[in-house]
Design a protein around this ligand. Structure first.
Ligand code: GRG
Length: 303
């Protein structure tokens, strides 16, 4: 699908087509399971393929369309972000962290394979994410491409997602303030979502600084919004719908937006943040319709 075809699609069809092309791109970039070490390659494919909403890939493409970026570049960026995301889920589910047995409606990687394989599959997915960003152009200059690789590294590392996960583990069983909860989620969940938007936006024609700041504000809100809704769903949805164990946060005595604010206030916060996300996009005009629709989807999703 080229960009002009993408322009003519309604949101649901566009979303389906990006999810499909992301699945194919991921399958093409992952090592085949017949290549040695077979068990590790099989576990990597199991962790990544055949599940997941591909929210981060959708954000890469929606932001990339704004910059009229080549769809092939966006596929590569979307895959890099989805590989990092998949690695984080594999490690998060392990007994040393959340100790969960169900993910995307199937047994978690350490249950289906074993703990050592899950650890290695996560490690290898993380490095594969960076390898795919060095194998082909995703920007107009090498300097821009290096900056984009740096952006993903920062978003994934100790000052981004991994740091947020460390704060999350430390918060178990503790009373924390709303500011501390927000700080944790801006890093744990928000950093990679924010990176998805910024990478897409930087893959094509230059976008004015002021517009990039607006997109960044939108991305920060959407990252946090994603987590507020995740906390609500963890409370109100069932395991079959979520494809992961419901009520896990309360069981693990983890502070969440629902435990801190209550369900009604958490829902109100999600509505307010959604309004603010739309307001951040408004000055950029109708070109941001898909980013706006994605924010709506993130709030109204059921899993
Ligand atoms: C292990 C370094 C490291 C980090 C783990 C992201 C994360 C940090 C842990 C995941 C735990 C969790 C359930 C966080 C809530 C938000 C979140 C990332 C949910 C899962 O993302 P979705 O809903 O998953 O986009 P799919 O399966 O649709 O891709």
């Amino acid at each position: 699908m080229n960009t002009s075809t993408a322009d003519t699609l309604g949101f649901a069809d566009w979303m389906g087509s990006i999810q499909q092309r992301t699945e194919s791109a991921l399958a093409g970039l992952l090592p085949e399971p017949v290549i040695s070490p077979r068990r590790l390659h099989s576990a990597m494919r199991y962790a990544v393929l055949g599940g997941g909403k591909r929210v981060r890939a959708l954000l890469v493409h929606a932001a990339g369309e704004l910059a009229v970026a080549a769809p092939e570049r966006l596929d590569r960026l979307a895959c890099a972000v989805e590989f990092i995301h998949a690695y984080s889920l594999v490690h998060d589910d392990m007994p040393c962290m959340d100790d969960d047995v169900l993910r995307r409606g199937k047994p978690t990687v350490h249950v289906e394979y074993d703990e050592a394989t899950a650890l290695l599959a996560g490690d290898a997915l993380q490095t594969l994410a960076f390898q795919v960003l060095t194998d082909a152009p995703v920007a107009d200059s090498v300097a821009d491409q290096l900056a984009m690789i740096g952006l993903l590294a920062t978003a994934s590392g100790s000052r981004g997602m991994a740091g947020g996960q460390a704060i999350d583990l430390d918060a178990v069983g503790k009373q924390i303030t709303r500011e501390e909860l927000e700080f944790m989620h801006v890093h744990k969940t928000g950093a990679l979502i924010r990176a998805s938007v910024l990478l897409g936006a930087r893959a094509g024609a230059p976008i004015a600084e002021a517009d990039l700041r607006r997109l960044d504000h939108y991305a920060k809100l959407v990252g946090l919004l994603f987590q507020v809704v995740d906390d609500i769903l963890d409370t109100v949805a069932d395991t079959a719908t979520l494809g992961k164990t419901a009520g896990k946060d309360a069981d693990n005595d983890k502070p969440t937006y629902v435990s801190l604010l209550g369900l009604d206030e958490a829902r109100r916060l999600a509505r307010d943040m959604l309004d603010e996300a739309h307001a951040a996009l408004a000055p950029l005009g109708p070109r941001t319709a898909r980013l706006g629709a994605l924010a709506d989807y993130i709030v109204h999703r059921t899993f």
